[in-house]
Design a protein around this ligand. Structure first.
Ligand code: NAD
Length: 490
Protein backbone atom coordinates (compact mmCIF):
# COMPACT_ATOMS: atom_id res chain seq x y z
CA UNK A 1 0.00 0.00 0.00
CA UNK A 2 1.24 3.47 -0.86
CA UNK A 3 0.98 5.62 2.32
CA UNK A 4 -1.46 8.52 2.10
CA UNK A 5 1.36 11.01 2.77
CA UNK A 6 2.98 9.85 -0.50
CA UNK A 7 -0.30 10.18 -2.36
CA UNK A 8 -0.48 13.77 -1.13
CA UNK A 9 3.12 14.48 -2.21
CA UNK A 10 2.34 13.11 -5.66
CA UNK A 11 -0.89 15.12 -5.97
CA UNK A 12 0.99 18.33 -5.08
CA UNK A 13 3.43 17.74 -7.95
CA UNK A 14 0.55 18.09 -10.42
CA UNK A 15 2.34 15.83 -12.89
CA UNK A 16 -0.49 15.97 -15.42
CA UNK A 17 0.89 19.46 -16.01
CA UNK A 18 4.38 18.09 -15.68
CA UNK A 19 6.31 19.94 -18.35
CA UNK A 20 8.34 22.12 -16.01
CA UNK A 21 9.36 25.01 -18.22
CA UNK A 22 10.42 28.56 -17.30
CA UNK A 23 9.60 28.00 -13.64
CA UNK A 24 6.08 26.62 -13.99
CA UNK A 25 4.31 23.37 -14.67
CA UNK A 26 2.28 23.17 -17.84
CA UNK A 27 0.55 20.53 -19.96
CA UNK A 28 2.32 19.29 -23.04
CA UNK A 29 1.53 21.09 -26.28
CA UNK A 30 -0.41 18.03 -27.49
CA UNK A 31 -2.22 17.66 -24.15
CA UNK A 32 -1.42 13.92 -23.82
CA UNK A 33 -0.83 12.15 -20.49
CA UNK A 34 0.45 8.70 -19.59
CA UNK A 35 0.22 6.53 -16.47
CA UNK A 36 2.97 6.00 -13.91
CA UNK A 37 2.31 2.93 -11.73
CA UNK A 38 3.72 1.44 -8.54
CA UNK A 39 6.00 -1.40 -9.78
CA UNK A 40 5.19 -3.49 -6.67
CA UNK A 41 1.42 -3.55 -7.16
CA UNK A 42 0.65 -1.96 -10.52
CA UNK A 43 -1.52 0.65 -8.79
CA UNK A 44 -1.78 3.97 -10.65
CA UNK A 45 0.32 6.67 -8.97
CA UNK A 46 -0.26 9.58 -11.32
CA UNK A 47 -1.13 10.73 -14.79
CA UNK A 48 1.93 12.46 -16.20
CA UNK A 49 2.11 14.92 -19.05
CA UNK A 50 3.54 13.24 -22.16
CA UNK A 51 5.61 15.82 -24.00
CA UNK A 52 6.72 16.02 -27.61
CA UNK A 53 9.16 17.99 -29.77
CA UNK A 54 7.30 21.30 -29.28
CA UNK A 55 7.74 20.95 -25.51
CA UNK A 56 11.40 20.10 -26.01
CA UNK A 57 11.88 23.30 -28.00
CA UNK A 58 9.95 25.37 -25.44
CA UNK A 59 12.32 24.07 -22.76
CA UNK A 60 15.34 25.16 -24.80
CA UNK A 61 13.71 28.57 -25.38
CA UNK A 62 13.47 28.97 -21.58
CA UNK A 63 16.99 27.68 -20.90
CA UNK A 64 18.50 29.87 -23.61
CA UNK A 65 16.65 32.94 -22.28
CA UNK A 66 17.90 32.24 -18.75
CA UNK A 67 21.50 31.54 -19.76
CA UNK A 68 22.69 35.17 -19.97
CA UNK A 69 21.54 35.95 -16.44
CA UNK A 70 22.61 32.70 -14.78
CA UNK A 71 26.03 32.48 -16.40
CA UNK A 72 26.84 36.00 -15.18
CA UNK A 73 25.41 35.48 -11.69
CA UNK A 74 28.24 35.57 -9.14
CA UNK A 75 29.62 32.10 -8.41
CA UNK A 76 28.94 32.64 -4.70
CA UNK A 77 25.26 33.26 -5.42
CA UNK A 78 25.04 30.16 -7.63
CA UNK A 79 26.79 28.18 -4.93
CA UNK A 80 24.46 29.44 -2.19
CA UNK A 81 21.41 28.36 -4.21
CA UNK A 82 22.87 24.86 -4.57
CA UNK A 83 23.70 24.78 -0.88
CA UNK A 84 20.12 25.78 -0.05
CA UNK A 85 18.86 23.01 -2.34
CA UNK A 86 21.00 20.54 -0.35
CA UNK A 87 19.43 21.84 2.87
CA UNK A 88 15.90 21.52 1.49
CA UNK A 89 16.49 18.02 0.15
CA UNK A 90 17.98 16.97 3.46
CA UNK A 91 15.09 18.45 5.43
CA UNK A 92 12.61 16.64 3.17
CA UNK A 93 14.51 13.40 2.88
CA UNK A 94 11.69 11.19 4.19
CA UNK A 95 9.18 12.69 1.76
CA UNK A 96 11.57 12.38 -1.17
CA UNK A 97 12.60 8.82 -0.25
CA UNK A 98 8.97 7.75 -0.17
CA UNK A 99 8.39 9.38 -3.56
CA UNK A 100 11.38 7.51 -5.04
CA UNK A 101 10.19 4.23 -3.53
CA UNK A 102 6.67 4.78 -4.88
CA UNK A 103 7.65 5.26 -8.51
CA UNK A 104 10.85 3.19 -8.64
CA UNK A 105 9.92 0.42 -6.15
CA UNK A 106 13.27 0.37 -4.34
CA UNK A 107 13.23 -0.49 -0.63
CA UNK A 108 12.92 2.55 1.64
CA UNK A 109 16.45 2.20 3.11
CA UNK A 110 17.83 2.29 -0.45
CA UNK A 111 15.66 5.32 -1.25
CA UNK A 112 16.81 7.13 1.89
CA UNK A 113 20.43 6.44 0.95
CA UNK A 114 19.75 7.75 -2.52
CA UNK A 115 18.31 11.03 -1.21
CA UNK A 116 21.38 11.60 0.97
CA UNK A 117 23.67 10.78 -1.97
CA UNK A 118 21.66 12.93 -4.38
CA UNK A 119 21.54 15.93 -2.03
CA UNK A 120 25.27 15.67 -1.45
CA UNK A 121 25.89 16.51 -5.12
CA UNK A 122 24.28 19.89 -4.48
CA UNK A 123 26.46 20.49 -1.41
CA UNK A 124 29.65 19.32 -3.14
CA UNK A 125 29.01 21.44 -6.22
CA UNK A 126 27.95 24.47 -4.13
CA UNK A 127 31.52 24.30 -2.84
CA UNK A 128 33.03 23.82 -6.31
CA UNK A 129 31.01 26.72 -7.78
CA UNK A 130 33.27 29.24 -6.04
CA UNK A 131 36.52 27.65 -7.21
CA UNK A 132 36.66 28.51 -10.90
CA UNK A 133 39.77 27.24 -12.63
CA UNK A 134 42.24 29.36 -14.58
CA UNK A 135 45.87 30.30 -14.86
CA UNK A 136 48.16 33.14 -15.87
CA UNK A 137 51.78 32.70 -16.82
CA UNK A 138 54.72 33.34 -19.07
CA UNK A 139 54.98 31.29 -22.23
CA UNK A 140 58.08 29.04 -22.54
CA UNK A 141 59.54 31.14 -25.38
CA UNK A 142 59.04 34.36 -23.44
CA UNK A 143 57.53 37.49 -24.98
CA UNK A 144 53.89 36.48 -24.35
CA UNK A 145 51.65 35.90 -21.40
CA UNK A 146 49.19 33.00 -21.45
CA UNK A 147 45.88 33.41 -19.65
CA UNK A 148 43.60 30.38 -19.38
CA UNK A 149 40.00 30.63 -18.28
CA UNK A 150 36.86 28.48 -18.20
CA UNK A 151 33.40 29.44 -19.51
CA UNK A 152 30.07 27.62 -19.08
CA UNK A 153 29.48 25.53 -22.18
CA UNK A 154 25.90 26.83 -22.64
CA UNK A 155 22.49 25.17 -22.57
CA UNK A 156 23.00 21.56 -21.50
CA UNK A 157 20.69 18.64 -22.30
CA UNK A 158 20.57 16.08 -19.49
CA UNK A 159 19.10 12.60 -19.94
CA UNK A 160 18.75 10.32 -16.91
CA UNK A 161 17.69 6.71 -16.14
CA UNK A 162 15.05 5.40 -13.73
CA UNK A 163 17.33 3.48 -11.36
CA UNK A 164 18.51 6.52 -9.36
CA UNK A 165 15.89 9.12 -10.31
CA UNK A 166 17.16 11.74 -7.83
CA UNK A 167 20.91 11.13 -7.82
CA UNK A 168 21.38 10.85 -11.58
CA UNK A 169 19.59 14.20 -11.94
CA UNK A 170 21.49 16.03 -9.18
CA UNK A 171 24.84 14.57 -10.35
CA UNK A 172 24.29 16.48 -13.61
CA UNK A 173 22.29 19.53 -12.48
CA UNK A 174 24.71 20.34 -9.61
CA UNK A 175 27.85 20.75 -11.73
CA UNK A 176 25.97 22.32 -14.65
CA UNK A 177 24.56 25.06 -12.42
CA UNK A 178 27.87 25.49 -10.60
CA UNK A 179 29.55 26.07 -13.98
CA UNK A 180 26.90 28.63 -14.99
CA UNK A 181 24.98 26.49 -17.48
CA UNK A 182 21.22 26.27 -17.79
CA UNK A 183 19.65 22.88 -18.40
CA UNK A 184 16.88 20.90 -20.05
CA UNK A 185 16.34 17.55 -18.32
CA UNK A 186 14.56 14.50 -19.65
CA UNK A 187 14.04 11.98 -16.86
CA UNK A 188 13.15 8.36 -17.59
CA UNK A 189 9.45 7.96 -18.33
CA UNK A 190 9.19 5.43 -15.47
CA UNK A 191 10.33 7.98 -12.83
CA UNK A 192 9.21 11.51 -13.75
CA UNK A 193 7.90 12.50 -10.30
CA UNK A 194 11.23 12.68 -8.46
CA UNK A 195 12.66 14.93 -11.19
CA UNK A 196 9.73 17.32 -10.83
CA UNK A 197 10.27 17.41 -7.05
CA UNK A 198 13.99 18.19 -7.54
CA UNK A 199 13.22 21.01 -10.02
CA UNK A 200 10.74 22.54 -7.58
CA UNK A 201 13.27 22.36 -4.72
CA UNK A 202 15.90 24.13 -6.83
CA UNK A 203 13.54 26.99 -7.57
CA UNK A 204 12.53 27.21 -3.93
CA UNK A 205 16.25 27.43 -3.17
CA UNK A 206 16.58 30.53 -5.34
CA UNK A 207 17.50 29.15 -8.76
CA UNK A 208 15.75 31.47 -11.23
CA UNK A 209 12.96 30.28 -13.53
CA UNK A 210 14.24 28.83 -16.80
CA UNK A 211 17.59 27.66 -15.40
CA UNK A 212 16.25 24.13 -14.83
CA UNK A 213 13.57 22.82 -17.18
CA UNK A 214 12.11 19.30 -17.21
CA UNK A 215 10.45 17.64 -20.17
CA UNK A 216 8.59 14.40 -19.48
CA UNK A 217 7.85 12.08 -22.37
CA UNK A 218 7.29 8.48 -23.40
CA UNK A 219 9.04 9.26 -26.69
CA UNK A 220 12.62 9.96 -25.55
CA UNK A 221 14.09 9.74 -29.04
CA UNK A 222 11.91 12.63 -30.27
CA UNK A 223 12.79 14.87 -27.32
CA UNK A 224 16.52 14.26 -27.32
CA UNK A 225 16.96 14.45 -31.08
CA UNK A 226 15.08 17.78 -31.05
CA UNK A 227 17.66 19.01 -28.54
CA UNK A 228 20.64 17.64 -30.42
CA UNK A 229 19.47 19.33 -33.60
CA UNK A 230 18.98 22.70 -31.87
CA UNK A 231 22.11 24.80 -32.24
CA UNK A 232 21.45 26.50 -28.90
CA UNK A 233 22.15 23.18 -27.14
CA UNK A 234 25.90 22.83 -26.60
CA UNK A 235 26.14 19.83 -24.33
CA UNK A 236 24.61 16.37 -23.96
CA UNK A 237 25.14 14.58 -20.66
CA UNK A 238 23.59 11.13 -20.76
CA UNK A 239 23.29 8.35 -18.21
CA UNK A 240 21.77 5.09 -19.34
CA UNK A 241 22.46 2.02 -21.42
CA UNK A 242 25.41 1.68 -23.78
CA UNK A 243 23.03 1.03 -26.68
CA UNK A 244 21.24 4.36 -26.28
CA UNK A 245 24.52 6.16 -25.56
CA UNK A 246 25.84 4.91 -28.88
CA UNK A 247 22.77 6.31 -30.70
CA UNK A 248 23.13 9.69 -29.00
CA UNK A 249 26.85 9.92 -29.74
CA UNK A 250 25.97 9.33 -33.39
CA UNK A 251 23.40 12.13 -33.31
CA UNK A 252 25.75 14.44 -31.38
CA UNK A 253 28.37 13.91 -34.09
CA UNK A 254 26.35 15.95 -36.60
CA UNK A 255 26.86 19.21 -34.73
CA UNK A 256 29.93 18.05 -32.75
CA UNK A 257 28.01 18.47 -29.49
CA UNK A 258 30.16 18.19 -26.35
CA UNK A 259 29.21 14.75 -24.94
CA UNK A 260 29.46 13.03 -21.57
CA UNK A 261 28.33 9.42 -21.40
CA UNK A 262 27.73 7.36 -18.25
CA UNK A 263 26.79 3.98 -19.65
CA UNK A 264 26.32 0.34 -18.73
CA UNK A 265 28.63 -1.85 -16.66
CA UNK A 266 29.52 -5.47 -15.98
CA UNK A 267 31.38 -5.21 -12.69
CA UNK A 268 33.64 -8.08 -11.62
CA UNK A 269 33.95 -8.81 -7.89
CA UNK A 270 37.22 -10.61 -7.16
CA UNK A 271 37.81 -12.37 -3.84
CA UNK A 272 41.42 -13.48 -3.20
CA UNK A 273 42.42 -16.43 -1.02
CA UNK A 274 43.65 -14.13 1.75
CA UNK A 275 40.53 -11.93 1.85
CA UNK A 276 38.60 -11.35 5.07
CA UNK A 277 35.55 -13.40 4.08
CA UNK A 278 33.06 -11.70 6.40
CA UNK A 279 34.12 -8.35 4.98
CA UNK A 280 33.93 -9.71 1.42
CA UNK A 281 30.40 -11.03 2.04
CA UNK A 282 29.31 -7.69 3.52
CA UNK A 283 30.80 -5.93 0.47
CA UNK A 284 29.17 -8.42 -1.91
CA UNK A 285 25.74 -7.85 -0.37
CA UNK A 286 26.01 -4.11 -0.94
CA UNK A 287 27.70 -4.32 -4.34
CA UNK A 288 25.15 -6.83 -5.66
CA UNK A 289 21.88 -6.09 -3.87
CA UNK A 290 21.87 -2.33 -3.28
CA UNK A 291 18.94 -0.99 -5.27
CA UNK A 292 17.76 -4.56 -5.88
CA UNK A 293 20.76 -5.15 -8.14
CA UNK A 294 19.58 -2.42 -10.51
CA UNK A 295 22.70 -0.26 -10.37
CA UNK A 296 25.29 0.39 -13.07
CA UNK A 297 27.93 -0.31 -10.42
CA UNK A 298 26.29 -3.59 -9.37
CA UNK A 299 28.67 -6.51 -9.00
CA UNK A 300 27.69 -8.69 -11.95
CA UNK A 301 30.06 -11.68 -11.66
CA UNK A 302 31.84 -13.01 -8.60
CA UNK A 303 35.31 -14.54 -9.05
CA UNK A 304 36.10 -16.30 -5.78
CA UNK A 305 39.39 -18.10 -5.09
CA UNK A 306 39.02 -21.88 -4.76
CA UNK A 307 40.52 -21.85 -1.24
CA UNK A 308 37.72 -19.68 0.17
CA UNK A 309 34.78 -20.31 -2.15
CA UNK A 310 33.00 -22.74 0.18
CA UNK A 311 33.06 -20.29 3.09
CA UNK A 312 32.14 -17.29 0.90
CA UNK A 313 29.24 -19.05 -0.85
CA UNK A 314 27.82 -20.46 2.41
CA UNK A 315 27.81 -17.04 4.11
CA UNK A 316 26.69 -15.05 1.05
CA UNK A 317 24.01 -17.65 0.28
CA UNK A 318 22.66 -17.64 3.85
CA UNK A 319 22.30 -13.85 3.70
CA UNK A 320 20.50 -14.08 0.34
CA UNK A 321 18.09 -16.75 1.68
CA UNK A 322 17.19 -14.42 4.55
CA UNK A 323 16.57 -11.35 2.36
CA UNK A 324 13.05 -9.95 2.82
CA UNK A 325 11.41 -9.30 -0.57
CA UNK A 326 8.34 -7.08 -0.87
CA UNK A 327 6.88 -3.67 -1.38
CA UNK A 328 9.16 -0.77 -0.51
CA UNK A 329 6.72 0.31 2.19
CA UNK A 330 6.53 -3.02 4.05
CA UNK A 331 8.59 -3.04 7.24
CA UNK A 332 11.96 -4.71 6.78
CA UNK A 333 11.89 -4.96 2.97
CA UNK A 334 15.40 -5.20 1.55
CA UNK A 335 14.58 -6.12 -2.05
CA UNK A 336 11.73 -4.34 -3.83
CA UNK A 337 10.34 -5.07 -7.28
CA UNK A 338 12.26 -4.64 -10.51
CA UNK A 339 11.23 -1.64 -12.57
CA UNK A 340 9.07 -3.45 -15.17
CA UNK A 341 7.78 -6.75 -16.51
CA UNK A 342 10.34 -6.40 -19.32
CA UNK A 343 13.18 -6.20 -16.78
CA UNK A 344 11.91 -9.36 -15.03
CA UNK A 345 11.66 -11.19 -18.38
CA UNK A 346 15.19 -10.15 -19.30
CA UNK A 347 16.68 -11.45 -16.06
CA UNK A 348 14.60 -14.65 -16.24
CA UNK A 349 16.01 -15.34 -19.72
CA UNK A 350 19.59 -14.78 -18.50
CA UNK A 351 19.15 -17.15 -15.55
CA UNK A 352 17.54 -19.80 -17.80
CA UNK A 353 20.47 -19.49 -20.19
CA UNK A 354 22.90 -20.07 -17.29
CA UNK A 355 20.91 -23.08 -16.03
CA UNK A 356 20.85 -24.55 -19.56
CA UNK A 357 24.65 -24.26 -19.59
CA UNK A 358 25.01 -26.22 -16.35
CA UNK A 359 24.66 -23.58 -13.61
CA UNK A 360 22.65 -24.39 -10.46
CA UNK A 361 20.62 -22.25 -8.06
CA UNK A 362 22.39 -22.86 -4.74
CA UNK A 363 20.48 -20.36 -2.61
CA UNK A 364 17.27 -18.40 -3.06
CA UNK A 365 15.21 -15.96 -0.97
CA UNK A 366 11.54 -16.59 -0.17
CA UNK A 367 9.33 -15.27 -2.99
CA UNK A 368 6.82 -12.53 -2.20
CA UNK A 369 3.10 -13.09 -2.69
CA UNK A 370 2.78 -9.66 -4.33
CA UNK A 371 2.01 -9.74 -8.05
CA UNK A 372 4.19 -6.82 -9.20
CA UNK A 373 7.49 -7.02 -11.12
CA UNK A 374 9.41 -9.15 -8.63
CA UNK A 375 12.42 -11.40 -9.10
CA UNK A 376 13.45 -13.54 -6.13
CA UNK A 377 17.13 -12.99 -5.16
CA UNK A 378 19.32 -16.00 -5.91
CA UNK A 379 22.90 -17.24 -5.93
CA UNK A 380 24.10 -19.37 -8.85
CA UNK A 381 27.07 -21.76 -8.79
CA UNK A 382 28.86 -23.70 -11.57
CA UNK A 383 28.31 -20.75 -13.90
CA UNK A 384 30.32 -20.95 -17.14
CA UNK A 385 32.16 -17.84 -18.42
CA UNK A 386 30.12 -17.74 -21.60
CA UNK A 387 26.74 -17.57 -19.81
CA UNK A 388 24.78 -14.42 -20.68
CA UNK A 389 24.48 -13.51 -16.99
CA UNK A 390 28.29 -13.24 -16.89
CA UNK A 391 28.75 -11.48 -20.22
CA UNK A 392 25.84 -9.00 -19.96
CA UNK A 393 24.54 -6.69 -17.26
CA UNK A 394 22.05 -8.73 -15.16
CA UNK A 395 20.58 -5.56 -13.63
CA UNK A 396 18.75 -7.58 -10.99
CA UNK A 397 19.20 -9.60 -7.78
CA UNK A 398 21.10 -12.67 -9.01
CA UNK A 399 24.74 -13.42 -8.10
CA UNK A 400 26.71 -15.85 -10.31
CA UNK A 401 29.82 -17.41 -8.72
CA UNK A 402 32.92 -18.45 -10.69
CA UNK A 403 35.89 -20.18 -9.04
CA UNK A 404 39.48 -19.11 -9.80
CA UNK A 405 42.95 -20.36 -8.97
CA UNK A 406 45.33 -18.65 -11.42
CA UNK A 407 45.88 -14.88 -11.15
CA UNK A 408 46.69 -14.26 -14.82
CA UNK A 409 43.66 -16.27 -15.86
CA UNK A 410 41.22 -14.45 -13.56
CA UNK A 411 42.59 -11.07 -14.70
CA UNK A 412 42.00 -12.10 -18.31
CA UNK A 413 38.42 -13.12 -17.46
CA UNK A 414 37.82 -9.89 -15.53
CA UNK A 415 38.90 -7.79 -18.52
CA UNK A 416 37.18 -9.96 -21.13
CA UNK A 417 34.26 -7.56 -21.59
CA UNK A 418 33.46 -4.48 -23.60
CA UNK A 419 32.46 -2.74 -20.33
CA UNK A 420 34.70 -1.01 -17.80
CA UNK A 421 32.72 0.88 -15.17
CA UNK A 422 32.99 -0.40 -11.56
CA UNK A 423 34.95 -3.36 -10.21
CA UNK A 424 35.74 -4.76 -6.76
CA UNK A 425 38.81 -6.48 -5.31
CA UNK A 426 38.97 -8.09 -1.86
CA UNK A 427 42.31 -9.19 -0.41
CA UNK A 428 44.16 -9.06 2.91
CA UNK A 429 47.23 -7.77 1.05
CA UNK A 430 46.63 -4.15 0.04
CA UNK A 431 49.72 -4.02 -2.17
CA UNK A 432 48.57 -7.09 -4.10
CA UNK A 433 45.07 -5.64 -4.34
CA UNK A 434 46.36 -2.34 -5.74
CA UNK A 435 48.72 -4.06 -8.17
CA UNK A 436 45.84 -6.21 -9.40
CA UNK A 437 43.42 -3.25 -9.47
CA UNK A 438 45.76 -1.20 -11.67
CA UNK A 439 45.49 -3.92 -14.31
CA UNK A 440 41.69 -4.03 -14.16
CA UNK A 441 40.20 -2.15 -17.12
CA UNK A 442 37.63 -0.14 -15.18
CA UNK A 443 37.11 3.50 -14.25
CA UNK A 444 36.50 2.62 -10.59
CA UNK A 445 37.78 -0.11 -8.29
CA UNK A 446 36.39 -0.70 -4.79
CA UNK A 447 39.17 -2.23 -2.70
CA UNK A 448 37.83 -4.16 0.28
CA UNK A 449 34.56 -2.23 -0.01
CA UNK A 450 31.38 -2.71 -2.00
CA UNK A 451 30.58 0.92 -2.78
CA UNK A 452 32.45 3.24 -5.14
CA UNK A 453 29.93 6.09 -5.49
CA UNK A 454 31.04 9.34 -3.82
CA UNK A 455 30.17 12.89 -4.98
CA UNK A 456 33.76 13.95 -4.25
CA UNK A 457 35.28 11.25 -6.50
CA UNK A 458 35.36 11.07 -10.32
CA UNK A 459 32.67 8.57 -11.32
CA UNK A 460 32.80 7.06 -14.79
CA UNK A 461 33.88 4.26 -17.03
CA UNK A 462 36.33 3.18 -19.71
CA UNK A 463 35.72 1.21 -22.92
CA UNK A 464 31.99 1.05 -23.75
CA UNK A 465 31.01 2.17 -20.25
CA UNK A 466 31.37 5.79 -21.13
CA UNK A 467 33.18 9.03 -21.77
CA UNK A 468 34.05 11.59 -19.11
CA UNK A 469 33.56 11.70 -15.36
CA UNK A 470 30.85 13.00 -13.02
CA UNK A 471 31.35 14.20 -9.46
CA UNK A 472 34.59 15.65 -8.09
CA UNK A 473 36.21 18.64 -9.84
CA UNK A 474 35.88 16.75 -13.11
CA UNK A 475 32.11 17.09 -12.82
CA UNK A 476 32.30 20.87 -13.32
CA UNK A 477 34.85 20.60 -16.14
CA UNK A 478 32.32 18.57 -18.08
CA UNK A 479 30.18 21.71 -18.27
CA UNK A 480 32.87 24.24 -19.17
CA UNK A 481 34.90 25.15 -22.22
CA UNK A 482 38.47 26.31 -21.92
CA UNK A 483 39.48 29.61 -23.54
CA UNK A 484 42.97 31.02 -23.54
CA UNK A 485 44.36 34.42 -24.34
CA UNK A 486 47.81 34.81 -25.79
CA UNK A 487 48.96 38.32 -24.84
CA UNK A 488 51.83 40.15 -26.49
CA UNK A 489 54.26 41.18 -23.75
CA UNK A 490 56.88 43.02 -25.80
P1 NAD B 1 18.10 3.54 -21.10
O1 NAD B 1 19.30 3.74 -21.91
O2 NAD B 1 17.01 2.69 -21.66
O3 NAD B 1 17.41 4.91 -20.72
C1 NAD B 1 18.14 5.98 -20.16
C2 NAD B 1 17.50 7.28 -20.58
O4 NAD B 1 17.59 7.41 -22.00
C3 NAD B 1 16.03 7.39 -20.22
O5 NAD B 1 15.75 8.73 -19.89
C4 NAD B 1 15.36 7.03 -21.53
O6 NAD B 1 14.06 7.58 -21.66
C5 NAD B 1 16.30 7.64 -22.55
N1 NAD B 1 16.24 7.04 -23.89
C6 NAD B 1 15.90 5.77 -24.21
N2 NAD B 1 15.96 5.62 -25.55
C7 NAD B 1 16.37 6.80 -26.08
C8 NAD B 1 16.63 7.26 -27.40
N3 NAD B 1 16.49 6.48 -28.45
N4 NAD B 1 17.03 8.53 -27.55
C9 NAD B 1 17.19 9.34 -26.49
N5 NAD B 1 16.96 8.96 -25.22
C10 NAD B 1 16.56 7.70 -25.01
O7 NAD B 1 18.61 2.97 -19.71
P2 NAD B 1 17.76 2.58 -18.45
O8 NAD B 1 17.15 1.25 -18.69
O9 NAD B 1 16.86 3.69 -18.05
O10 NAD B 1 18.90 2.48 -17.34
C11 NAD B 1 19.66 1.35 -17.17
C12 NAD B 1 21.01 1.50 -17.84
O11 NAD B 1 21.64 2.69 -17.39
C13 NAD B 1 21.95 0.39 -17.46
O12 NAD B 1 22.69 -0.01 -18.58
C14 NAD B 1 22.87 1.03 -16.43
O13 NAD B 1 24.12 0.42 -16.30
C15 NAD B 1 22.96 2.41 -16.96
N6 NAD B 1 23.35 3.34 -15.90
C16 NAD B 1 24.60 3.87 -15.96
C17 NAD B 1 25.03 4.72 -14.96
C18 NAD B 1 26.40 5.32 -14.98
O14 NAD B 1 26.65 6.25 -14.22
N7 NAD B 1 27.32 4.85 -15.82
C19 NAD B 1 24.16 5.05 -13.91
C20 NAD B 1 22.89 4.49 -13.89
C21 NAD B 1 22.50 3.64 -14.91
Amino acid sequence: MIPTSVTATIAALDAANGQHIAGAGRPGVDGRVYDVNDPATGVLLSHVSDGGPADATAAVDAAAAAFGGWSTTAPRVRGEALRKAWELMTARSEELAALISAENGKALPDARAEVAYAAEFFRWFSEEAVRPEGSYGESPAGGTRTIVTEHPVGVAALVTPWNFPAAMATRKIGPALAAGCTVVLKPAAETPLTALAVAQILEEAGVPAGVVNVVNSTDPGAIVSTWLEDDRVRKISFTGSTGVGRILLGQAADRIVNSSMELGGNAPFVVAADADIDKAVAGALIAKFRNGGQACTAANRFYVHADVVEDFVAKFGAAIEAMPVGSAFEDGTVIGPMISAKAVAGLTAKVEDALNRGAKVAYEATPTTLTGHFYTPALLVDVPQDAKIVREEAFGPVAPIIIWTDEADVLRQVNNTEFGLASYVFSGDLKWALQFAEKVEAGMVGINRGVVSDPAAPFGGVKESGLGREGAREGVRAFTETQYFSVDWS
